[in-house]
Write a new protein. Structure first.
Length: 134
């Protein structure tokens, strides 16, 4: 259980930091006429992987651990928010991969990754934080 808690904490904090930094980089790149680099793609892929790890750990937590009604609702809420964030991120990634113009890439990344990051911030910071409790 401690390993799951550590994995979830690492993926949550990594995805929050990456989400904010990717969104800021995309906004700055869009308004500053920046170039879309290979490192941008790597950070975006790591962000998506962290979201999938969060989904897997939260689903495992929901279906295997015994908990009360309120904790079940909170777990379902976090799974749904993380799922929406993952869908938004995948949508932004598909548009970014299919575009050749840097401004289009930065614009759609700032929109989609910004919404996904906002959902994660709501789920993990503003909603009193949700990390697996033993």
């Amino acid at each position: 259980m401690e390993i799951l808690k550590g994995i979830q904490e690492f993926s949550v904090f990594t995805s929050l930091i990456l989400g904010v930094s990717i969104t800021l980089r995309s906004v700055i790149g869009y308004f500053g006429e920046g170039n879309y680099n290979y490192i941008d793609k790597i950070f975006a892929n790591i962000f998506i992987v962290m979201l999938y790890i969060q989904l897997a750990v939260e689903a495992y937590h929901l279906f295997t651990l015994s908990h009360g009604y309120e904790e079940s609702l909170k777990a379902i809420e976090h799974i749904v928010l993380t799922l929406f964030a993952t869908i938004m991120t995948q949508g932004g990634r598909l548009i970014t991969l299919n575009s050749s113009d840097n401004s289009v890439k930065f614009r759609f990344r700032s929109i989609y990754y910004g919404i996904a990051t906002g959902l994660l911030i709501y789920a993990y910071i503003l909603d009193a934080g949700y990390i697996i409790h033993p």
